[in-house]
Ligand binder design. Structure first.
Ligand SMILES: CCCCCCCCCCCCCCCC(=O)SCCNC(=O)CCNC(=O)[C@H](O)C(C)(C)COP(=O)(O)OP(=O)(O)OC[C@H]1O[C@@H](n2cnc3c(N)ncnc32)[C@H](O)[C@@H]1OP(=O)(O)O
Length: 213
């Protein structure tokens, strides 16, 4: 059993409170990104906003983690991936996705992408699609009780993916030794726009962190 499964009600409450604090901060920064991309206000307003934001960043930097966020416990108990660029509640560049786990191992999410992720006009940047799929496919591997780093990720962009409401899903196909084969997709209301397949590989000699927890 892992530490993460041993959360007490108190620990869950504490984690929820932290999420309630940091989530709105990241959401405010996301709104700022969109505003920054699309604003057409006068130059002096932009200069003032720049100064205001530098001041706010200074407040937040007054006390910081020494390095990156990584995967660690924000509050006792559960594993946190709050710095993730895909699901991180503390990371404003994450759309963010909220992942759902079906009993049969399917990992899926319905999410929205806006102007910050635009590639072709009105469409999702292909690299962003790869980022999302890399993560969701990785989660499907993790949900199956395996773990690994992305060895190969192959995408087929069937047609443009519109900005707005999307769905992604992934499931494990098979496991061969240290290699987990997984498939997934991104879809809009009309159907699949991007297909993905990947091989996640447990690095030689690597011991899963949960195995020693
Ligand atoms: C602290 C953590 C907490 C847990 C938290 C959980 C979080 C919950 C999920 C989050 C989801 C995130 C999803 C994002 C995932 C990334 O972003 S991972 C980052 C991107 N990927 C990397 O940086 C990987 C870099 N590459 C490597 O580290 C190493 O090359 C690899 C892939 C681990 C393989 O190294 P190796 O173990 O030395 O492999 P090796 O023994 O040479 O080969 C083993 C087998 O794999 C095959 N193979 C080797 N390389 C490849 C390859 N690139 N492609 C295909 N096959 C290959 C070999 O042919 C061999 O096959 P067999 O002969 O056994 O049939």
């Amino acid at each position: 059993m892992t530490r993460y499964l041993e959360d007490t009600a108190t620990e869950r409450l504490e984690a929820d409170e932290r999420e309630g604090l940091y989530g709105p901060l990241a959401e405010a920064v996301r709104a700022l990104v969109d505003a920054s991309i699309r604003t057409e206000v006068d130059d002096h307003v932009i200069r003032q906003a720049t100064a205001d934001l530098e001041r706010i960043a200074g407040h937040l930097r007054a006390h910081q983690l020494p390095g990156s966020y990584g995967v660690h416990s924000e509050a006792p108990g559960r594993r946190r991936t709050w710095g993730s660029p895909v699901i991180g509640v503390r990371n404003p560049i994450a759309p963010p996705l909220t992942l759902q786990h079906a009993p049969d191992g399917l990992v899926w999410s319905e999410f929205r992408v806006g102007t910050a992720y635009e590639g072709p006009p009105g469409r999702l940047h292909g690299g962003m699609a790869a980022l999302i799929l890399d993560h969701v496919l990785g989660e499907a591997v993790s949900a199956s009780g395996h773990w690994g780093l992305t060895g190969t990720l192959t995408l087929r962009y069937r047609r443009g993916t519109p900005l707005g409401r999307l769905r992604t899903e992934a499931r494990i196909d098979r496991v061969e030794g240290r290699k987990a084969y997984v498939v997934g997709s991104i879809a809009d209301d009309e159907g699949i726009t991007v297909e993905a397949e990947a091989i996640f590989i447990l690095p030689k000699g690597y011991v899963h962190p949960d195995a020693t927890a």
